[in-house]
Design a protein around this ligand. Structure first.
Ligand code: DON
Length: 308
């Protein structure tokens, strides 16, 4: 496969769509990014990396961090402990509601539908906080190592901006705490969640760091992060829940496990082959990158690669 040629063609197809979306503005620090950006990278399972456009420009990972926090919790709690432990506290069904919705929590005893909506990610972050003592720094350390980029960093302006506009996430966390579904104090859980969202990475960094999802749980150095069945399960939840309340439409169009963020990034996994990351900040009404989704759609059309 001539990845570079495919990526050039994908970029030519998707770039004209960059202005169709709207840059997220509900967190003021995110709206400063230009809507014209577009980058895409692919990292194959052997470590070769290709990219086009703004593929080396760092952006705010936002909810893409949710895939890594779930992986780290599973990795830190091996065997049945990891599986039973976290899955008693968070489900694995699509929510069909916006990522920051509160409505299902009351009827469902404070157990969020899945780890990729905000409520679910707060529970996973809470668990990671218990396991590591520092849920945001442990994630940054892991991402630096796995991406091979020691310069990865938090963007403090984004983290502070999130905290300044974090009433909804605080409400979700307090509500779950009232059901006994948090182990740590609410302020510490939401703080670590905001800092995880505020990590800055490029398409290159994310495609490389997400390689273990394509390598059935093996890290870049060949050591094992996750059992193969754990990596399969994360991919399955990404397919069904990774793009918010558009996961059905995304599976229909793209047919790959994926996780999006309101910074405009999306990672997607082709198990046994490669991990992709695309970035374009213009979002659709559900919070997914318009040009990014179109690019992944076109990539699977050109290559014929999907999980189906
Ligand atoms: O919780 C928030 O509002 C953001 N920091 C993360 C948003 C995001 O990318 C979509 N969330 N699932």
């Amino acid at each position: 496969m001539d990845y570079q040629a495919v990526l050039e063609e994908v970029a030519a197809y998707a770039r004209p769509l960059v202005r169709r979306g709207r840059v997220a503005d509900y967190i003021p620090a995110l709206e400063r990014v230009s809507a014209d950006r577009f980058g895409i990278a692919v990292a194959d399972i052997h470590g070769a990396v290709h990219g086009v456009g703004d593929w080396e420009v760092p952006f705010s990972v936002q909810s893409i961090s949710k895939a890594f926090s779930l992986a780290l919790v599973m990795a830190q709690s091996p065997g049945s402990q990891g599986e039973d432990g976290i899955w008693k506290r968070v489900g694995r069904e699509p929510s069909g509601t916006p990522f920051n919705s509160l409505v299902q929590l009351e009827a469902e005893n404070g157990i969020p539908r899945n780890p990729f909506i905000n409520a679910g990610a707060l529970v996973v972050t809470d668990r990671l906080q218990t396991l590591t003592g520092d849920a945001s720094t442990s994630m940054l350390d892991f991402l630096r190592e796995e991406s091979g980029n020691p310069d990865l960093a938090f963007d403090p302006a984004v983290a502070e901006s999130e905290a300044g506009h974090g009433d909804r996430n605080a409400a979700l966390a307090h509500f779950m705490a009232s059901f006994g579904n948090l182990e740590n104090p609410v302020p510490s859980v939401i703080e670590h969640y905001f800092w995880q969202c505020a990590i800055e990475m490029s398409c290159r960094d994310l495609a490389v760091a997400g390689g273990f999802l394509a390598r059935h749980g093996l890290r870049a150095d060949g050591s094992r992060l996750l059992e193969a069945r754990e990596a399969k399960r994360i991919n399955a939840v990404m397919l069904t829940c990774g793009t918010y309340d558009a996961a059905g439409e995304f599976a229909y169009r793209v047919g790959l496990p994926a996780k999006s963020g309101v910074g405009g990034g999306i990672i997607a996994v082709i198990p046994g082959r490669c991990t992709l990351c695309v970035w374009s900040p213009g979002l659709d009404a559900r919070g997914n990158s318009v040009a990014g989704a179109a690019a992944l759609d076109h990539f699977t059309t050109l290559t014929g690669w999907s999980v189906f």
